[in-house]
Design a protein around this ligand. Structure first.
Ligand code: SF4
Length: 428
């Protein structure tokens, strides 16, 4: 079976392309051209075949991912499936099952079965959890164990997988030599770094990258090249370890494409506002414009309880400079496993950031929506404004509870409505 990338390169007609091109407002040729060049991806494993597959990359609207999943402290499939419903209700483009507690395969299969959007995972989590459940340690993991997990997850229908293939021994020694404040904050990165340091061996996902690609190719799984050395605080942003890993990720994305596997690159993390533009430009340059999946970035370390705001600022700026895919953050970030309400708030914040990025990118449907909402606002047509809002429930509730006694205006300025006054003055 050919992968989507291979079909496109062979100029085979793919129905999915027409549908996505129409939704994105680009021509099918533009979309296929970008996929062929590795500048866009469509995350769709044929075993899952999501009804709304996530298309990510150059010229497409900025997409938002939500992380779900259990922890050893809180295992409840029902709650995770309710979070999935929240993802769909508030329009996430993709979700990742990051479960590390309970029956991982059952949870993953249940999520995939109920998800019409693309589903991603980080396979090393399952390998580590299952190894430790057998009373073994991370250092005891064999490359075959990792391959087995990747293959199983691929056969379960996972559409995209985060694999930290660019974390190398050289990168780790660079991190140690330069002296980092937060060391490694990526969960998958820390698992692999632990294995590499205890065994004094190279990252098996880097050493056996071609074998990894062979498994992914089988079910057309998109590889999301994880940034195991992403900065975990503002002080560590854009350091040598981060940039070295980025260079390697760019090389691996090219190798993945050459084997028919679609690839995207993961990025920081924690980055001060003044370094976001540079980070986006470096990624685009070093990775041949491969789709960039940013984890935030958080623009400050001091917004505990409100990290969705810190990430929303960073995501909007990152998207305006070319980030293609935003991983949401919730108010629970750095503190605990998010609740259903946290998922909702984090997702809406990221969707606002993605839309703001799309305005800056000049995405036509985003610009059209903003113009339509401005026209409705000028006419004080509140119902129309709400119908065009990124999220409609909250504005509906606010408008209903604060309704003006006067027609045609809201209770903010009431009869002193600036828009109405100017309309009347200009008509005369
Ligand atoms: S009353 Fe004030 S806030 Fe409300 S629509 Fe008019 S100008 Fe805007």
């Amino acid at each position: 079976m050919l992968t989507l990338l291979e079909k496109i390169r062979k100029k085979t007609k793919v129905t999915l392309i027409q549908k996505i091109a129409k939704k994105e407002g680009v021509s099918p040729d533009t979309l296929t051209g970008r996929i062929a060049q590795g500048k866009a991806v469509i995350c769709s494993n044929p075993i899952h075949s999501p009804a709304q597959p996530c298309a990510i990359g150059k010229g497409l609207s900025t997409k938002v991912n939500v992380n779900l999943g259990t922890s050893p402290d809180f295992v409840c499939l029902k709650t995770e499936l309710e979070k999935l419903k929240i993802c769909l209700r508030y329009k996430a483009d993709a979700l990742m099952d990051l479960s590390i507690g309970g029956n991982l395969r059952h949870i993953r299969r249940s999520i995939i079965e109920k998800s019409p959007i693309s589903v991603g995972t980080v396979p090393i989590y399952e390998t580590v959890v299952e190894t430790m459940r057998k009373g073994k340690q991370i250092k005891d993991i064999k490359i075959e164990d990792i391959f087995k997990t990747i293959e199983e997850q691929s056969n379960d229908g996972v559409d995209f997988m985060t694999l930290h293939c660019g974390l190398t021994r050289e990168g780790l020694s660079r991190l140690k030599n330069q002296g980092r404040l937060m060391n490694v904050v990526s969960r998958g990165g820390a698992f692999l770094a632990n294995w590499m340091m205890k065994n004094e061996k190279e990252n098996p996902l880097y050493e056996h990258f071609d074998d990894v690609l062979k498994i992914l190719r089988k079910n057309d799984v998109t590889i999301s090249l994880g940034d195991g050395l992403r900065p975990g605080c503002i002080d560590d942003a854009t350091d040598r370890a981060q940039i070295q890993e980025l260079i390697i990720l760019g090389e691996l994305a090219k190798r993945a494409n050459s084997k028919g596997v679609q690839a995207m690159i993961e990025g920081p993390g924690h980055v001060p506002l003044n370094e976001i533009k540079m980070n986006m430009e470096l990624q685009k340059k070093l990775c041949n414009e491969a789709p960039f999946y940013v984890l935030g970035p958080l623009v400050t370390d001091s917004a505990l309880g409100y990290d969705h705001f810190a990430a929303c600022i960073g995501s909007a700026v990152a998207a305006s400079y070319g980030a293609d895919f935003i991983c949401y953050l919730t108010p629970a970030e750095h503190l605990g496993l998010p609740t259903k309400e946290d998922v909702k708030i984090g997702l809406i914040a990221s969707r606002v950031a993605a839309h703001a990025g799309d305005i800056a990118k000049g995405i036509p449907k985003a610009l059209k929506n903003d113009k339509a909402i401005a026209k409705a606002r000028k006419k004080r047509n509140f119902k129309k404004q709400i119908s065009l809002a990124i999220e409609k429930e909250r504005p509906e509730m606010i408008y209903a509870s604060l309704k003006s006694k006067k027609e045609d205006v809201c209770s903010m300025c009431s009869e002193f409505c600036a828009i109405k006054t100017m309309d009347e003055v200009l008509k005369k």
